[in-house]
Design a protein around this ligand. Structure first.
Ligand code: UDX
Length: 484
């Protein structure tokens, strides 16, 4: 008899985590899985508020789509009014002790649901290892990052033992201490590609220890999935570099793309989306607009925001700028005097967009991004070349690979070795001009269009990610059958 598959999917509290995990949850629900989606109370509240709906309305929507789906939440231990994006280290430390709460919530919940058959854990939720062991189900590690970063992060303690971590300032500057000892046949990794919180200057911060701890537990997995596609990241060999004790490691992404290709924009925003962007884009010339967004966490000094604004003004292109109100290091954003007035005929500044709809709009010709993995892949899938301005974590390797390995983006000189480097308005202006016109931009566009096609093929029937997802589902069925 066919067992009912019940996947508990646990997501970190963050836009770049909830989006891919929810899309993955939908892919499994379409294949008949019963899904329990777990995130923190704070995250769930934001998702509901941004969508202007209550939990009952959301449940109904999922039922109407024929999904067997329920949402559960766990408290993260912080007061509701506390911001969750300003001190990431503190948040991750708190998440590490949530195992017992998660287990209690899973055990106490509705007895009418089928028994859990696997836990699909965000790769940064070490607390799920103990829960999976106690419940006696496989732990599937889901990386919302690229494979190269996942391999680096899984091996962070090895890199520590080899003296690559903490990354010394002189190594950041010289970039000569190349890392070639990692599995997965990665291109040589530069010190500047390593997660930024492993730099010497961050040793005393909570995030440094928290992520080394995560790295130890990332070595405990029965199955590994990565939100990327084989054609982008060195094929099966690269993914196998992630395998723990020979367990399967498969690229199944981009997980939002099947939904998108079928006309469903199933992005789950934690901030209310501006409704005017698309109309504004409709009025712009094809390929003329620069989309500027550094997403949910990045902050910049007031001086830096001024240089950026003046560079956007000087470049002469229309721009759509996602400028969160909390982006100026806790202060309210103050733009250069007269800037809004001078640019009002060719600029739209908003708090949050429907990013996929923006990137897929024909007026958008370039993306100025922080190179979060989701944004990077979305740009690739929509064929929009990028300028990368990484802020932290994996964004540095994403930016470097976009420029040097996939050749679909530009970077800003010196930012890779100095996260706080002041980028002048002149650099902003000249880099935008290189991206938007001339032979450099044309070549990047050609390259990214090839990858766009490869990504689309990967998720369609017969494609690599589609086949890998089938393999995963079959393996979960086999495992569940072996337990009946
Ligand atoms: C961070 C890491 O950088 C990323 O690599 C990891 O996988 C998750 O955590 P984040 O800073 O949230 O990510 O950025 P990103 O990965 O780019 O994800 C942001 C998501 O928000 C994207 O799916 C993007 O489409 C969406 N978004 C962003 C919007 O819908 N509207 C916006 O205005 C901006």
């Amino acid at each position: 008899m066919m067992p009912v598959l019940h996947a508990v999917i646990v997501s970190c509290p963050g836009q770049g985590h909830v989006n891919p995990l929810m899309n993955f949850a939908e892919l499994l629900a379409m294949r008949g899985f019963f899904i329990t989606f777990v995130t923190t109370e704070w995250t769930d509240q934001r998702l509901l508020e941004a969508a202007s709906k209550d939990a009952a309305a959301r449940d109904r929507e999922f039922q109407e789509r024929g999904f067997k789906f329920r949402f559960l939440t766990i408290p993260d231990g912080f007061k509701p009014e506390k911001g969750r994006t300003s001190d990431i280290g503190e948040v991750f430390l708190a998440l590490q002790s949530l195992g017992p709460t998660l287990e209690t919530v899973l055990m106490a919940a509705d007895k009418s649901v089928p028994p859990v058959t696997c836990i699909i854990s965000d790769s940064f939720l070490s607390c799920t290892a103990e829960v999976a062991k106690n419940i006696g189900v496989p732990r599937v590690l889901f990386w919302t990052t690229c494979t190269a970063y996942a391999i680096i992060q899984t091996n962070a303690n090895f890199l520590l033992s080899q003296g690559y971590i903490p990354v010394k300032e002189e190594d950041l500057k010289s970039k000569e201490k190349l890392i070639t000892c990692l599995p997965g046949k990665l291109p040589p990794i530069r010190p500047t590609d390593l997660p930024s919180f492993y730099r010497e200057q961050h040793i005393s911060e909570l995030i440094y220890g928290a992520f080394l701890h995560e790295s130890r537990i990332q070595k405990i997995a029965d199955y590994i999935l990565v939100n990327t596609f084989d054609e982008l990241e060195g094929g099966k060999e690269a993914q196998m570099g992630l395998s723990i004790n020979g367990c399967p490691a498969l690229a199944i992404g981009p997980v939002y793309l099947p939904n998108f290709l079928q006309g469903r924009n199933s992005m789950y925003s934690m901030w209310e989306e501006d409704k005017t962007c698309l109309q504004w884009l409709d009025a712009q010339a094809q390929g003329s607009v620069l989309y500027v967004s550094f997403d949910s966490i990045a902050v910049k000094s007031e001086k830096q925001l001024h240089e950026l604004a003046l560079g956007l003004e000087a470049c002469g292109y229309p721009f759509l700028w996602v400028l969160r109100s909390d982006m100026a290091q806790g202060k309210s954003v103050v733009l250069p005097e007269g800037f809004i007035d001078r640019t009002k005929d060719r600029a739209l500044i908003v708090n949050w967009t429907k990013q996929l709809e923006v990137l897929s709009h024909p007026s958008v010709g370039g993306f100025f991004t922080h190179n979060g993995w989701n944004s990077t892949m979305e740009a690739i899938n929509m064929g929009v070349p990028m300028i990368g301005w990484p802020y932290f974590s994996d964004q540095f390797v994403n930016c470097r690979f976009s420029k040097d390995v996939w050749k679909v983006g530009l970077d800003l000189e010196g930012v890779d070795s100095d996260e706080y480097k002041m980028v002048t308005k002149e650099i902003v202006e000249s880099t935008i001009k290189s991206l938007m016109k001339g032979c450099v931009g044309r070549k990047l566009r050609e390259n990214i269009l090839k990858l766009k096609e490869a990504a689309t093929n990967a998720v369609m029937e017969g494609g690599t990610s589609h086949a890998n997802l089938n393999t995963f589902v079959e393996d979960m069925i086999k495992l569940a059958k072996s337990k009946v």
